[in-house]
Design a protein around this ligand. Structure first.
Ligand code: NAP
Length: 303
């Protein structure tokens, strides 16, 4: 069965190239004829990994092609996921499987609501990739991808294809816990690196602010029935800050490059859930206000 990959960006390109390298059928889905022409002119999708460069002349289609889709990897940013899914809805067969690679929370439920005929599988990945240029992806950091459904269901047989393609992935019965834990780590680190204009390690001089945020995030996780994701949160946040001290966070990099952030699906989602549970979390709410003001001052979207 063909792997249709929507979003030939960093993560989508990384998955598409590895699946193709393993001899599995892959088809890229690009937004329009202009993008398709650019892709064809580039000669294919190029992956840079461990000093090696390989180009894959994968077939590609525009979204409005008529061919049916049975398996889709949706690899857009969270804020692009619903429009992209809606544009493909009529092509998805009954029982089609859709793997959602978006970071944060909120977009997965929005996509599932607009694709009632599909089985939506959520993913949480610690792999790292970036685009050197259009259709040229650099594999920048090894990691692992967790996959699962909410509520939990049995693993699909195609997990073996990921293993064949060298994509480290596991099926989990608690994908929401994984996504919530990652969201909490993000909320405790990324916005502060933007506001203090520092690398992750710079937060070691703001330890009290980080600790106070962690305490509120633990309250939120427990209220959202995600107690397991709350265990030792502050200790892990401190470990991540120390282990990635020299790195700039993804949100810092987005703001520095003038790119839209995924705030609505990270800190924004945390604040919306706090309000839904009538929780008073003043540090988190103040952080969201400060971050939105910072984005507005730079002419960037606040959602
Ligand atoms: P990215 O490099 O910006 O790629 C997104 C891709 O989606 C772009 O190629 C874009 O096309 C495409 N796209 C958006 N709307 C589309 C549409 N309607 N039709 C066709 N294509 C469309 O983003 P990314 O870094 O791969 O991130 C994807 C998700 O993975 C995010 O939620 C991110 O947080 C998460 N994630 C990323 C990494 C990483 O290391 N990159 C790691 C973990 C998680 P154009 O090129 O035409 O704009």
């Amino acid at each position: 069965m063909t792997w249709h990959v929507l979003g030939a960006g960093s993560l989508g390109g990384l998955w598409a190239a590895r699946l193709a390298r393993a001899g599995l059928p892959v088809c890229l889905l690009l937004r329009d004829q202009r993008r398709l022409a650019q892709y064809l002119a580039s000669g294919g999708l190029t992956l840079e990994q461990d000093g090696h460069t390989e180009t894959f002349a994968l077939p590609a289609q525009t979204l409005d092609d008529a061919a049916p889709i049975h398996r889709l990897l949706l690899a857009t940013k969270a804020y692009d996921a619903v429009p992209a899914a809606a544009a493909l809805s009529s092509r998805l067969s009954a029982g089609a499987e859709v793997i959602l690679l978006q970071n944060g929370l909120g977009s997965q439920d929005e996509v599932a609501a607009c694709l009632p005929q599909a089985r939506c599988i959520f993913a949480s990945s610690t792999e790292g990739a970036f685009r050197r240029e259009d259709f040229r992806v650099v594999f920048a950091g090894e990691g692992h991808t967790w996959l699962g459904t909410a509520p939990p269901s049995p693993a699909p047989a195609w997990l073996d294809e990921l293993a064949l393609a060298g994509i480290p992935a596991s099926w989990t019965g608690d994908i929401l816990g994984r996504l919530w834990r990652k969201l909490a780590l993000n909320c405790a680190i990324n916005p502060l690196t933007v506001l203090h204009s520092c690398r992750n390690g710079g937060l070691q001089t703001h330890a009290e602010e980080v600790a106070a945020l962690c305490a509120e995030l633990v309250e939120l996780l427990i209220a959202c029935d995600q107690g397991d994701a709350a265990v030792d949160l502050q200790a892990e946040v401190e470990r991540v800050i120390a282990a990635t001290a020299a790195n700039y966070s993804s949100m810092y990099q987005d703001v520095a490059a003038g790119r839209r952030t995924e705030i609505a699906y990270l800190l924004g989602h945390a604040c919306r859930e706090a309000a839904r549970h009538r929780l008073e979390l003043p540090r988190l709410q103040a952080l969201a206000l400060r971050l939105r003001a910072h984005l507005a001052a730079r002419g960037l979207p606040q959602d």
